[in-house]
Design a protein around this ligand. Structure first.
Ligand SMILES: [Cu+2]
Length: 129
């Protein structure tokens, strides 16, 4: 099972409009603490492709550790809603418009992901405690 790892760059604490000259030691220190911080989060990307009412390659079970970050990307040749059970997250999917579902695996257990309208199971998530 090929799972891709992607990096998410999150920029935080961007200090706009900081004075650059003629500042006192105190404001310089404040500007230092407000400096941009780069946080790198690694998410596991899980891809599902639904064509002709079936999951390409069959329905997989993806095992993740509790606390792990996931990005579930679902492509489909129909319009429907992707529903992650347990986490109760839903995203619309349509031909040419994949559903992208970021998840933090905070709940342990085995959960079904389905195309809600069709009641089609497309993925199993197993979150280990
Ligand atoms: Cu459902």
């Amino acid at each position: 099972v090929a799972l891709l790892v992607v990096l998410f760059l999150v920029l935080r604490g961007r200090g706009d409009g900081e004075p650059t000259a003629g500042t006192t030691a105190r404001t310089t220190a404040a500007a230092t603490t407000a400096a941009p911080t780069v946080v790198i989060e690694v998410a596991r990307r899980v891809e599902v492709d639904v064509r002709g009412g079936r999951v390409a390659g069959g329905v997989r079970t993806v095992e993740v550790e509790k606390g792990e970050r996931l990005l579930v990307v679902v492509r489909a040749d129909v319009s429907d809603e992707v529903h992650v059970h347990g986490y109760d997250v839903s995203r619309v999917v349509a031909p040419g418009t994949p559903a992208r579902i970021p998840l933090r695996a905070t709940i342990a257990g085995r959960f079904e992901v389905e195309l809600e309208d069709r009641k089609l199971r497309i993925l199993e998530l197993e979150v280990r405690p």
